[in-house]
Design a protein around this ligand. Structure first.
Ligand code: PLP
Length: 361
């Protein structure tokens, strides 16, 4: 990324040499990203992140297709949930497909929702809170069988590190990734729009990205996104085999050391980097403050832009009671997590819980 951040500021739409060089690296990145996602370069639209790509997928296809029903799973990220809800003002219907106690889509219930009025089905590859892996191939097969050509949108923002998206999400009509979830820069993402999918622009202007996303491209960001996606792909098997035992040691250690703590969902349903427990008798918000003091970066249900924690709709959808959900603790492991980090978490978290239980804030 450095040449494009430190002096080579050519506008990729220009015609002089520096501009052409910028255009070339964007097209190289497009080829690379398309190959890694199992698509064609002309199907890739670079965006300003996952949220924008999701809004383009839901709102842009609305511009070019008859209105209908948008089905989202009950555990989608706010970007999908809110983009779908926003379409109701334009006469579309938003239906929600439920999940089981592991946060995995309930396929029979989804089937009941499918009919000829469904315009788009949006399901994430991997959930951002509990790490559940969704059965994307089955969702696509059901949508093809039980609807009149409904599009399938896969939010693969959390999946790209842990899964081979090209295989797991094969033949999705719309597929979203975001750079900062696999070691790339923030504020850059991509939407794969399968050839033949009708979609209009939600950003109007200079007509970049084949008229699908106007605005001068983020050259350094796109170069970084492609390089990071390649690295994530190349390192995936090693990452999963290194992180799985670390995660297991962390969760088992916490459950052993903290009375009345429970694992939120079954481990075999989730990706290797996700550790999620519920701690009875403490409030996540207070626990996170103590953990932060102890140098542990953890999370609860989900945090909105203000940083305020609200009861997680994901845990609610999984049927986790309010008493358990109140003490939700999510710790994510990844490429930079070491065994020492796990040791540290195992020494800090139980002490913090104990302290809160003795004198709740
Ligand atoms: N989808 C999921 C599952 C996410 O976890 C996130 C971000 O955390 C997004 C979408 C939004 O992506 P971005 O932050 O790039 O807008």
């Amino acid at each position: 990324m450095m040449p494009w951040l430190t002096g080579r500021f050519g506008n990729p739409s220009g015609s002089h040499a520096v501009a052409r060089a910028a255009r070339t690296v964007i097209e190289d990145a497009r080829d690379q990203v398309a190959g890694l996602l199992g698509g064609q370069p002309r199907e890739i639209v670079f965006t300003g992140g996952g949220t924008e790509a999701i809004n383009l997928a839901i709102g842009g296809t609305a511009l070019a297709n008859q209105p209908g029903t948008i089905i989202t799973s009950a555990v989608e990220h706010d970007a999908v949930r809110e983009a779908a809800a926003a379409r109701v003002a334009f006469g579309e219907v938003h239906a929600v497909a439920s999940v089981d106690h592991n946060g995995v889509l309930d396929l029979p219930q989804l089937t009941e929702l499918l009919n000829k009025h469904v315009r788009i089905v949006a399901v994430m590859a991997v959930n951002n809170e509990v790490g559940s892996i969704q059965p994307i191939a089955e969702v696509i097969a059901l949508a093809r069988t039980h609807t009149n050509g409904a599009l399938v949108l896969v939010d693969a923002v959390q999946g790209a590190v842990w899964l081979d998206v090209a295989t797991h999400c094969a033949s999705a009509d719309l597929l979203v990734i975001s750079g900062h979830k696999f070691g790339g820069p923030q504020g850059v993402g991509a939407l794969l729009v399968k050839e033949g999918t009708r979609i209009g622009p939600i950003l109007h202007g200079g007509g970049q990205e084949r008229e699908r996303r106007s605005g001068t491209q983020n050259v350094a960001g796109i170069v970084g996104l492609a390089a990071a996606l390649q690295a994530a792909h190349d390192d995936r098997a090693a990452l999963v085999s290194r992180v799985t035992p670390l995660r297991d040691r962390l969760v088992d250690g916490l459950l052993n050391a903290i009375p009345e703590a429970s694992e939120t969902s079954e481990r075999h349903t989730k990706v290797a980097g996700n550790a999620h427990i519920c701690v009875a008798g403490v409030e996540s918000e207070s626990l996170l403050v103590l953990l932060d003091d102890g140098g542990i970066c953890a999370s609860a249900g989900s945090a909105c832009a203000s940083g305020a924690i609200h009861t997680s709709p994901v845990l609610q959808a999984m049927g986790v009671g309010a008493d358990r959900a109140e003490g939700a603790l999510r710790m994510t492991l990844g490429a930079t997590t070491t065994s020492d980090d796990v040791d540290r978490a195992l020494s800090v978290v139980p002490v913090a819980v104990d302290r809160l239980r003795r004198s709740p804030v």
